[in-house]
Ligand binder design. Structure first.
Ligand SMILES: [Zn+2]
Length: 313
């Protein structure tokens, strides 16, 4: 089974304008560097991102089918307290994700994106979990709280009680005004939270990113309840000489074990640089002499996620 544990819908009204204007500068720079192009932020938005808008996610299912991906975890990002509310309120975005997952039952798994400091957040998440069937939390501490701050404890406690994981952003952040706080997304701070809540499973999104991956892997090595996802690593895969990418992959598998590592995309943006099918092939049809056991690849592509998401075979 192949599971992508990290993806976003492209739906109008889900992202606040101030954020997206700054963020496009980062995303278009990455896109241009990957493709050796020089397109403007405006063309990037109009010609490349806009065609992907689909509030039904039917296009995502099509892309998954073509790439052989069985299931995908989907969630919003709760930026509202930092940037101001998006046209669709964070709570309504979670409902939208739950509804889309219902439309594609057995294919899409919705997580609740939440800023734990929001008034009414606990009550909202209780409804999202019990009534809408949402199956995990998603935190982005870059909006301005520390992962080990007591304001987050209720999320970690509920995750343990409900037997669902907490996906946390670890790594960099694009341009934005006001700025996302990079230091709040350091794996070390989430490691402290994970150490304090051993009954809660944490997924360190992006495996710490290119700067902090050792820190993320260090947490996965020490703490039984810490896992990593490989979203955003499509760019190193595309840009590095292939042996370097597989050396890196071999290293993290040797250190943390494939049972701690999960395939992921963070689509849409990384899929524009490396299509979903190509990213799957990077694991299934490896262009390298570096050896990986079939069991290791099976765990990375879906076995680990099956366990963390509590999916039945
Ligand atoms: Zn993401």
């Amino acid at each position: 089974m192949i599971i992508d544990v990290h993806r976003h819908l492209i739906v109008q009204g889900t992202v606040q304008g101030h954020y997206i204007r700054g963020a496009q500068k980062s995303f278009v720079m990455m896109y241009n560097k990957t493709h050796n192009t020089n397109i403007s932020p405006r063309d990037f938005t109009d010609k490349i991102v806009r065609p992907w808008i689909d509030p039904t996610a039917d296009n995502i299912i099509e892309e998954m089918d073509a790439a052989g991906v069985d299931k995908t975890v989907i969630f919003a990002v709760d930026y509202g307290l930092l940037f101001g509310e998006a046209p669709i309120h964070a709570f309504d975005q979670n409902k939208l994700y739950a509804d889309v997952a219902k439309r594609h039952k057995d294919r899409l798994i919705p997580f609740m994106a939440i800023d734990p400091r929001r008034p009414g957040a606990l009550k909202h998440c209780e409804q999202a979990y019990h009534e809408w069937g949402m199956q995990g939390f998603k935190l982005h501490a870059g909006v301005g709280y520390m992962p080990d701050d007591p304001c987050c404890y209720w999320v970690y406690e509920k995750a343990a009680e409900w037997n669902i994981p907490v996906m946390v952003h670890t790594g960099g952040a694009p341009n934005s005004t006001p700025a996302l706080r990079w230091e709040c997304s350091r794996p070390a701070y989430f490691a402290t939270a994970a150490a304090r809540f051993p009954e809660t499973d944490f997924i360190f999104a992006h495996c710490g990113d290119i700067g902090w991956w050792r820190e993320a892997i260090q947490a996965a090595v020490w703490l039984p309840n810490v896992y990593v996802d490989l979203s955003l690593w499509q760019k190193p895969y595309k840009k590095w000489p292939k042996p370097r990418f597989y050396q890196w992959l071999r290293e993290i598998v040797d250190l943390a074990g494939a049972d701690k590592i999960m395939f992921a995309t963070d689509a849409l943006y990384p899929n524009l640089m490396c299509p979903l099918a190509e990213w799957v092939q990077a694991f299934q049809k490896r262009d390298t002499d570096i050896e990986f056991k079939d069991e290791e690849i099976d765990l990375i592509l879906g076995g680990t996620a099956q366990k963390v998401l509590r999916l039945k075979n």
